[in-house]
Structure formats: structure tokens, C-alpha cells
Design a protein around this ligand. Structure first.
Ligand SMILES: NC(=O)c1ccc[n+]([C@@H]2O[C@H](COP(=O)([O-])OP(=O)(O)OC[C@H]3O[C@@H](n4cnc5c(N)ncnc54)[C@H](OP(=O)(O)O)[C@@H]3O)[C@@H](O)[C@H]2O)c1
Length: 441
């Protein structure tokens, strides 16, 4: 059933999910309903909440709200105009959201996974049905980056986005450096403080940041980017020594998400990256996020703050609800759909990505090792900017002594670098895994 906003003076709202984010939404809506309604231009009533287990104890009061496990009750209720979707994953999230759109209901969601995997399908369906999807909370939690890109910066051609989009990995890297902790100890602390999931794989391997970057890239550059098109590297192989050596050289290592136009092509990557220590992105510590956006007219803008957590994320959801109630969200979404129909930008082939690199090798402390590595790099036309090797004891059998060798290169292509790395890995003096990280300009 297709209902228009003008049919009801009050806005009747349903919500799927009442966990961390959903409870925060209830808390905000309960905290100052009059002020929120004034901002929205009408009263907003949360009428129904669908959860998985209705017997579970909730830590927010739900009087007057119909709590159920039956999603169909939302679909069947003609008075529900908008559904806040704050359950995670893609199944049944995709089919639930799709059914809401078909039933004439608009959707507000914080679920980045469903938008990353099915955003195009859902946007197209919403466009055909004349419905609206709002999703400020899906990227960078409480930081209003979606409204910046889709509303405040629409006079600009976006030239680049550089961001820290995963709070867990930023917390781990910050703790490692600040407390001189190994990766494993910082990860345990992140889990104890509730920043990291029991299975933190998607946070530390770059998948979570890549999903958010794909959504941002689509909005900022009008081009769909799939996960496998994003150059992606996690933080799991970093050692405390890498962070300390980088700090000594004047850099911080951050899991940096980048989308940039370079000679008409789009570069998209999520990689641990060396960033000059005095830059704001490098100084973003703890579990915070930052998004630096460069527009051709506005220049460089930076937004930073809590990228996740109950109340910051709920703040973004309720802001979407107010935008929706006031009619602004529908206008923004329509303009978003028009931009999405522009021709897609070509992607820069990953082999041609041109950067400076930090290379760390564990090598047997023997004569000629450095010369052998330099020879391979030279044959691949990779020029060395600096070399650093920690001093090793003089009186140890040279076959047993392993040295850490760090080489900073001048700008080169990723293709050349990967070819050289493969050759270096076969040198008999290599011990253990080597690491290769880009350096931000
Ligand atoms: N937490 C954050 O800081 C944050 C930040 C940004 C975005 N997000 C996104 O927001 C969404 C929700 O996150 P969350 O942290 O609030 O998750 P959560 O605490 O695990 O809560 C999920 C809620 O969804 C309900 N649910 C799960 N499957 C359902 C189903 N099939 N039908 C109906 N209800 C179902 C659960 O019901 P029960 O309570 O009965 O189990 C629970 O209330 C996710 O997509 C997440 O990625 C979260």
C-alpha cells in the first residue's frame, strides 16, 4: 500500500532491531520528544519494534510500543510510514528492506553490510516505488559524512576522500604505539572494552572499512565499487617495531581508506599507510574516525569523532528520522538517484597505482644481503630513498642472527613493487614475512 506523508499529520514509525543502536534510538526519542518533534515539524511516534527474541530483557523502557517478533505486522500496518532498520547482516535484512519498500514504507538504516552488498538494487527499487532510503549512520557512525557528501558539498566535484573508517583497528594501532604493546595485547584490550567483536576479522582485515568506503565512493563519485575492486590490506601483520620505526621516521601508520580521482581514473584502497605525524589523520587516535574530503570549490574539509557506539550512531539515525519527517530526506534521495545515473568512472588498474613505499624485511645478518635486495629493486627501476637496519650484536653466529631491514622507496608503481617483492622473497637470506606499506603524500 502506498501512503504519502500528507495522509497523516503524525509520523508513525516502526523499528527492526532493539540492540545497541535501536536502544539508543529509543533513548533519544524518549529524552526530548517535544524538541525533536518541533525540529521535525510533526510528532514522531515509535509504534512497533520487531526483534528476534521478544522475551529478552531490554535496558530501555518500551511502554506504549508494540514489541513483536513478527516482521509481517509492520508490513500489514498501513499507518507505519517509515521503518528504522537497525538489525545487522544481509539476510534477512535485504529481503526485509525490500519488502518495506514494496509495501510503500520508507527506510532508515545503519546497516552498512546490506547497503554495500545490495545498495544498488535497493536504491533502484526505492526509485521505482517513489520511496526514500536514509543511511547516515551506516558510515562513520555519528559523523555526518553522508549528509556532507549528498547535501552540503553538492556544489563541488569531489577530488579525494581520505579516511579512517574503522574504530577498532584505529584503537589497536593507537594502543600499540602509545603503550608499546604487541598487536595481540591491543586486540584483547579492544575486545575487553567492547570495541572489537568476538570475531574481529572484518575490522582488522580492512573489510569493514572497505564496505563503508564503497558506499562513500558511490555517493561522492557516482561510481559503484565492489569489494574486490578495492585494494585491501589489513593490520594483522603489523608489528610494534613497524609503528616505532615509522614514528622515528616522522610517520604514523593508520588503516587509511582512500578514494581519489587521478588523471580521470578512480583509485580506491584500504591499506595500513604511513602518514606524516603532524597531519590530522595521523593524529586521530583511539577508536575515533576521521574523514577528510577535498572538493574543487570548498578545498579540504575534515570531519572527525566517534565512528561507532550506541549514542553517536543513534544520533545519526534520529537525525535521518527528523530529516525524513521534515521532507528533506526525500529531496536528497531523489538527487542522489539522479547522480547515480551518470556514467561510471574508470578504475585505475592496481598495478599502475603510484606511491612511495615502506618495505620491511627480516633477513639473515650476512654480507651482501642489502646489495642483493638493492639489486632486485634496481632491476625493477625502484629507487631507494632511505635504508635503515638496527644494529645487531657482533659476537653472534651470523647464521642465527636475524636483522630487520627497512627501506623507504621513491615513488613507483605497485606492479613493479609486487614483482620485485616476489623476487626478493626468493633470496636465500630472507627470514620470515616481509611487509610493504604505501606512504601517503
Ligand atoms: N553498534 C554500533 O556502534 C554500530 C555503528 C554503526 C552501524 N551499526 C550497524 O547497526 C546495525 C545494528 O547494530 P547493533 O550494534 O545495534 O546490533 P545488535 O546490538 O546486535 O542488535 C541487533 C538487533 O537486531 C535484532 N535482530 C537480529 N536479527 C533479527 C531478525 N531477523 N528480525 C528481527 N530482529 C532481528 C536483535 O534482536 P534481539 O535483541 O531479540 O536479539 C537486536 O535487537 C548493524 O547493521 C550494525 O552494523 C552499528
Amino acid at each position: 500500500m502506498n501512503t504519502s506523508r500528507s495522509e497523516f499529520s503524525n509520523l508513525n514509525v516502526a523499528m527492526v532491531g532493539c540492540g545497541t543502536v535501536g536502544s539508543g534510538v529509543v533513548r533519544i526519542l524518549n529524552s526530548s520528544p517535544e524538541l525533536l518533534s518541533r525540529r521535525a515539524g510533526r510528532e514522531m511516534r515509535l509504534r512497533r519494534i520487531v526483534v528476534r527474541d521478544s522475551a529478552r530483557q531490554r535496558d530501555v523502557p518500551l511502554q506504549g510500543i508494540d514489541l513483536t517478533t513478527d516482521f509481517e505486522q509492520i508490513i500489514r500496518d498501513p499507518e507505519i510510514q517509515v521503518v528504522i532498520y537497525v538489525a545487522g547482516g544481509t539476510d534477512p535484512a535485504f529481503s526485509h528492506i525490500s519488502r518495506c519498500l514494496d509495501a510503500g514504507k520508507d527506510v532508515i538504516t545503519a546497516n552498512k553490510a546490506v547497503l554495500h552488498h545490495y545498495g544498488s538494487e535497493l536504491f533502484e527499487q526505492a526509485g521505482k516505488n517513489g520511496r526514500t532510503i536514509c543511511f547516515e549512520a551506516a558510515v562513520a557512525g555519528g559523523i555526518p559524512v553522508i549528509s556532507a557528501v549528498t547535501q552540503a558539498l553538492t556544489a563541488n566535484r569531489i577530488l579525494s576522500i581520505e579516511a579512517i573508517l574503522n574504530g577498532t583497528s584505529n584503537f589497536i594501532l593507537s594502543k600499540m604505539l602509545d603503550l608499546r604493546q604487541p598487536y595481540e595485547a591491543a586486540l584483547v584490550e579492544a575486545q575487553q572494552l567492547g570495541y572489537a567483536e568476538a570475531d574481529p576479522a572484518m575490522d582488522v582485515d580492512g573489510t569493514d572499512a572497505a564496505q563503508k568506503l564503497s558506499i562513500l565512493t558511490q555517493l561522492a563519485f557516482g561510481t559503484r565499487v565492489t569489494l574486490d575492486q578495492i585494494v585491501r590490506q589489513g593490520i594483522q601483520q603489523l608489528e610494534l617495531m613497524d609503528l616505532l620505526v615509522a614514528a622515528d621516521l616522522g610517520y604514523r601508520i593508520k588503516l587509511l581508506a582512500t578514494s581519489r580521482i587521478s588523471r580521470g581514473r578512480l583509485e580506491v584502497s584500504v591499506q595500513p599507510t604511513l602518514i606524516r605525524s603532524d597531519r590530522p589523520v595521523a593524529q586521530t587516535g583511539g577508536a575515533d574516525n576521521i574523514v577528510a574530503i577535498e572538493g574543487d570549490a570548498c578545498g579540504l574539509l575534515r570531519l572527525s569523532g566517534a565512528g561507532a557506539g550506541q549514542m553517536p550512531t543513534a544520533s545519526a539515525v534520529v537525525a535521518d528520522l527528523i530529516d525524513y519527517a521534515s521532507g528533506r530526506a526525500a529531496l536528497t534521495f531523489q538527487s542522489l538517484l539522479r547522480v547515480r545515473s551518470l556514467p561510471a568512472l574508470p578504475l585505475q588498474p592496481t598495478d599502475e597505482l603510484s606511491r612511495r613505499y615502506y618495505l620491511r624485511f627480516m633477513v639473515a645478518d650476512k654480507p651482501h644481503v642489502l646489495a642483493d635486495i638493492a639489486d632486485v629493486l634496481g632491476r625493477h627501476e625502484i629507487s631507494i630513498s632511505s635504508v635503515r637496519q638496527d644494529e645487531t650484536p657482533d659476537d653472534v653466529d651470523e647464521n642465527e642472527c636475524v636483522a630487520r631491514l627497512v627501506i623507504m622507496t621513491h615513488r613507483t608503481s605497485q606492479g613493479r613493487l609486487l614483482a620485485a617483492q616476489a623476487e626478493i622473497a626468493k633470496l636465500p637470506s630472507m627470514r620470515g614475512l616481509s611487509i610493504c606499506l604505501p606512504v601517503a603524500d
